[in-house]
Design a protein around this ligand. Structure first.
Ligand SMILES: Cc1ncc(COP(=O)(O)O)c(C=O)c1O
Length: 356
């Protein structure tokens, strides 16, 4: 038995992997593989339409919000968002609360003015910077809902003060209930909560488009993707299929409200254990802790190495912290069962007991 705490690509539901592997050999009893059918066939169009409807249903989106499946990962959105929505003489507000948000800032500066309204760099991004001011006339506010590397998460929704609200939800998309219609733009790489690597989910309020004066290359123009129903060119067929299966799994398991309860249980179990064991230390204030990525340390480098080797022996995968942060990180994405968190906690308790 392996316990998969990888941060992304990461654990997927067993039944999704079973169905995806069957479809590679014989897709829906067609005698053909999902890998060898055209994207404009009825067979694939049905997959894409189901994936889009599932996103609309699970997020309870209104008719102003369009759903796209795009290439290029979340990182492409760092530039595609300002390219489509920010004129060179305009200002966008960005929250700098982690490595990924900082990358988005760097790209946005290529297209317009960026006002970094909140930064938590002073403490290596170990907390969420909730106090900030937005200047009148700011086009949009961009933030990262969950900081995958640093293990912090927004538990409130920041106020864009009349501007549009944009969010990178790559590492907590569909993990908890939110008023998704309140956002004008949401993007997320699929490879954590909604599928395999290779596709990017974009939810956008179509009414905000068409506001920039620069010419847009077709492949980077959201309006062209909308007009072509995510089929402007060959879409990432297999990644969309896996996303559809994962979304179906989520719906069949009670949808976002049910998964939120499970995610709350996993986080409570883990953090209660962490707080009860003095050898381990959390880096993030309780109110900003991520329910998706728990980051923790052991003060003594030698003991830290020992725990890493114990985790390996116990088949706990992916608990080493990001190379820029060190320590440990355990990711509790939607598909991770509570029992895996229990095993991690038992191993930590046992280790702590031995260390006295
Ligand atoms: C919050 C966040 N944003 C963006 C990215 C980058 O995603 P991609 O590798 O799909 O470009 C990641 C990757 O882990 C992430 O966690």
């Amino acid at each position: 038995m392996i316990y998969n705490f990888n941060s992304g690509p990461s654990i997927l539901p067993k039944e999704v992997m079973q169905q995806a592997s069957e479809a590679v050999i014989n897709f829906n009893n067609s005698g053909l593989s999902i890998l060898e059918i055209g994207h404009r066939t009825e067979m694939f169009e049905a997959v894409l339409h189901e994936a889009i409807s599932l996103v609309k249903e699970l997020m309870q989106l209104d008719t102003d919000h369009e759903v796209l499946f795009l290439h290029g990962g979340a990182s492409t959105q760092f530039m595609q968002v300002p390219m489509n929505l920010l004129n060179p003489d305009e200002t966008a507000a960005y929250i700098d609360n982690g490595t990924w948000g900082l990358k988005a800032i760097k790209e946005a500066k290529l297209f317009g003015h960026v006002d970094v309204v909140s930064t938590t760099k002073d403490k290596n991004y170990t907390y969420i910077g909730k106090d900030f001011t937005i200047q009148p006339g700011t086009v949009y506010l961009h933030y990262t809902t969950n900081n995958t590397i640093e293990g912090t998460q927004w538990h409130t929704v920041p106020d864009a003060k009349g501007g549009y609200l944009f969010a990178d939800m790559s590492s907590d998309i569909l993990s908890r209930q939110m008023d998704f219609n309140h956002f004008d733009l949401i993007y997320a790489g699929a490879q954590k909560n909604i599928g395999a690597a290779g596709v990017n989910l974009l939810v956008i309020n179509k009414n905000i488009l068409g506001r920039v004066s620069r010419p847009l290359p077709s492949m980077l123009d959201y309006r062209q993707h909308i007009a072509n129903g995510s089929m402007l060119n060959t879409p990432p067929v297999f990644a969309i299929y896996v996303a559809m299966l994962t979304l179906r799994w989520l719906k069949n398991n009670g949808g976002v409200s049910a998964i939120e309860k499970l995610n709350d249980q996993k986080a409570a179990l883990f953090y209660n254990t962490l707080d009860s064991l003095p050898v381990f230390k959390g880096k993030v204030p309780i109110e900003d802790r991520s329910k998706m990525n728990a980051v923790f340390i052991i003060d003594d480098g030698q003991v830290e190495k020992e725990f890493l080797s114990v985790s390996k022996q116990e088949n706990l995968y992916g608990v080493k912290g990001h190379r820029t942060v060190g320590g440990f990180r355990a990711s509790f994405y939607n598909a991770l069962p509570l029992s895996s968190v229990q095993v991690l906690c038992d191993v930590m308790k046992d280790f702590a007991n031995k260390k006295g």
